[in-house]
Design a protein around this ligand. Structure first.
Ligand SMILES: [Mn+2]
Length: 343
């Protein structure tokens, strides 16, 4: 805040509010000055906020937080806000509440802090990853020809919730057969059959922290092309992981995996970035993609997930989560990724 020369910073994004205050209830606004930190919320959350955010002064508001904020912040000259999150309507209300202040757009102030995780955050991510790993092992035992993709998705969610997850970290992707060429094919009522790939992309939320894993398995007897595509993606994924190290840019790491896929002749079939950071949100920065200039730092937690998707035929994606360390990275995901064939 000193560097940006602002008197106060308004935090509206729930993950950022949780990160800074500890309050997990979502519907709060933080108003932070150089001397004091306020958490504004309504009747429903007062008790919870007092317990979870002891370093904040809790202010009870109505549904609308602007009036109370204006009272606290009368002297603010330069007011920072999260321009990547507030709606146009909220912006207008902020302007009305602080008619004499200059509103300063600071989209990445907190998300940049969040990108390097501390030990307690890493411990929670490890647990979220372990829950997903265990559920993958469990789901392999229950998959049967004729099940729908939705059924498999539901079983994954059940097993993760049973293991302590508060929920799934996003809408799961369960795609089989030709649908595996859809990088984001959410589970449908299609029944799985022999002779198909089955891609499962899922994750758990554990105490607010997310995990994310993708595994593609084969049902029945794979052909040479199925094996070739799988091995190409796996080689690219391993090469991507090997390239993760502090000081490397997201662009450089992405290029390593992308080059391998292109050299195998499938460059046109890998149309998304190699990975994204994970934490309180499922998709955070920095990313691994063709444009990412940010350099990796120890403590960042990021996915490595190349894929090859051939329309009308099918596709493969393999995704692990890695922790950037002083010398390279540690792969947090423990689920096996050799080509799994379910008979
Ligand atoms: Mn992912």
């Amino acid at each position: 805040m000193r560097k940006e020369n602002i008197d106060a910073f308004v935090v509206s994004r729930p993950e950022n509010g949780r990160y800074l205050s500890g309050f997990s209830g979502g519907e709060a606004t933080l108003y932070i000055t150089s001397e004091k930190a306020f958490l504004l919320t309504d009747f429903r959350y007062i008790e919870q906020a007092k317990a979870q955010a002891p370093e904040f002064k809790i202010i009870k508001t109505g549904q609308d937080h602007f009036e109370a904020m204006a009272e606290i912040g009368q002297q603010a000259q330069r007011l920072g806000f999260e321009s990547d999150f507030v709606t146009f309507e909220t912006f207008e209300k902020l302007k009305d509440a602080f008619p004499h202040a200059e509103l300063i757009s600071l989209p990445n102030l907190v998300s940049h802090l969040r990108s390097v995780k501390d030990k307690s955050e890493i411990d929670l991510i490890r647990l979220a990853v372990q829950i997903a790993d265990d559920s993958f092992a469990e789901i392999l035992k229950t998959i049967e020809i004729g099940q729908t993709e939705e059924e498999i998705g539901l079983n994954l969610e059940f097993s993760m919730r049973r293991a302590g997850a508060s929920g799934g970290s996003f809408e799961f992707i369960v795609a089989s057969g030709v649908r595996t060429s859809l990088p984001h094919g959410t589970a449908s009522s299609k029944q799985i059959q022999l002779g198909e790939f089955l891609t499962m992309d899922f994750g758990a939320i554990y105490q607010g922290y997310c995990s994310d894993i993708t595994r593609t398995v084969f049902l029945g007897d794979p052909g040479d092309k199925h094996r070739e595509i799988y091995e190409t993606v796996l080689a690219a994924q391993r090469a991507g992981i090997k390239a993760v190290a502090p000081g490397r840019s997201g662009k450089e790491v992405d290029a390593v995996a992308r080059k391998l896929i292109a050299e195998a002749g499938y460059g046109d079939y890998f149309g998304h970035g190699l990975g994204h950071s994970v934490g309180l949100a499922i998709h955070e920065g920095p990313n691994l993609n063709m444009r990412e200039e940010r350099l990796l730092e120890p403590g960042m937690v990021i996915t490595v997930e190349p894929g090859i998707y051939i329309p009308e035929w099918g596709g493969v994606r393999i995704e692990d989560i890695v922790l950037v360390t002083e010398n390279g990275c540690e792969v947090l995901t423990q689920a096996p990724k050799e080509f799994i064939i379910l008979e």
